[in-house]
Design a protein around this ligand. Structure first.
Ligand SMILES: NC(=O)c1ccc[n+]([C@@H]2O[C@H](COP(=O)([O-])OP(=O)(O)OC[C@H]3O[C@@H](n4cnc5c(N)ncnc54)[C@H](OP(=O)(O)O)[C@@H]3O)[C@@H](O)[C@H]2O)c1
Length: 246
């Protein structure tokens, strides 16, 4: 009997997470998809079932520890293993370093770092199960970080710090769990054309931004690598200008 691979995708109702969920569904993964708002998430889950896979949707706010735990537990109740954990839910709030509100930093740290950390902790046994499976593909954690986590950008000190921490977490996962077949990759793009980048449309044409499909293509490639290859971080820069900017 062929064992079906499973993935859990946060931030799956739109943008980058949704594009990745689509690629994984087309690749034959059974899925748990998550976001806060129930309706768009259910619509996404319905569309993904067109590929003939099992797709469960679980609403959860990554700012709430109890809901993060419930999301991980919901996946474990439905599936015995986790081949790909895609951490795409995230938030960004710009502001100058000098007077950035600390409560905003706290919330962003919780959503962008603490929740991914908690998800990985809770789901490690299921990742290890997939990591040692005979397919030889191992288990992957894929976290959507940001180019600002690699090269800082004016007005994005807090956001960049959370994403730098997420990149570091990915490295630590691979170091700690690589022997068990579990590795992590941060995908660190510049501006991608999604709802999140609507606020910069006055200075950057969305047609010149990275496409969600570009990031999804990389996520899929990571999932196809053998357990012997570890890819810590992939920076994706916007074409047509300096390399190290959003
Ligand atoms: N777009 C870019 O230029 C860009 C560049 C670099 C990195 N990133 C990162 O890529 C990731 C995805 O961004 P995107 O551009 O695809 O954004 P998006 O289109 O706004 O989608 C964000 C997704 O995350 C969910 N989400 C947001 N806050 C959440 C929370 N507190 N708890 C649970 N789910 C939450 C949203 O659904 P609900 O609102 O219903 O919860 C939605 O499904 C983020 O981590 C972002 O920081 C984006």
């Amino acid at each position: 009997m062929t064992v079906r691979r499973t993935a859990l995708v946060t931030g799956a109702s739109r943008g980058i997470g949704r594009a990745i969920a689509q690629r994984l569904a087309a690749e034959g993964f059974d899925l748990t998809v998550s976001a806060r708002a129930d309706r768009p998430l259910k619509d996404t889950a319905h569309e993904l079932r067109a590929y003939g896979n099992r797709v469960e949707s679980v609403s959860a706010d990554m700012a709430d520890e109890t809901q993060v735990q419930a999301l991980a537990d919901a996946h474990l109740e439905r599936y015995e293993r986790l081949d790909a954990l895609v951490l795409a839910a995230g938030m960004g709030a710009g502001g100058e370093l000098a007077d950035y509100p600390l409560h905003r930093l706290d919330t962003m740290m919780t959503v962008n770092l603490r929740a991914p950390f908690q998800m990985v902790q809770r789901l490690l046994p299921a990742l290890r199960t997939a990591g040692s499976s005979p397919s030889g593909l191992g288990a992957k954690v894929i976290a959507i970080a940001s180019i600002t986590g690699v090269a800082s950008e004016p007005g994005l000190a807090a956001y960049g710090a959370t994403k730098a921490a997420l990149i570091s977490l990915c490295e630590s996962i691979t170091v700690a769990e690589g022997a068990a077949g579990v590795s992590a990759t941060a995908l660190s793009p510049g501006y991608v054309d999604t709802d999140m980048t609507a606020w910069v449309h006055d200075r950057i044409d969305p047609a010149e931004m990275i496409r969600t499909d570009d990031i999804a293509e990389l996520a899929l490639a990571i999932c196809r690598l053998s357990r012997h290859a570890a890819v810590p971080n992939i920076v994706v820069s916007r074409a047509g200008g300096p390399l190290w900017r959003g």
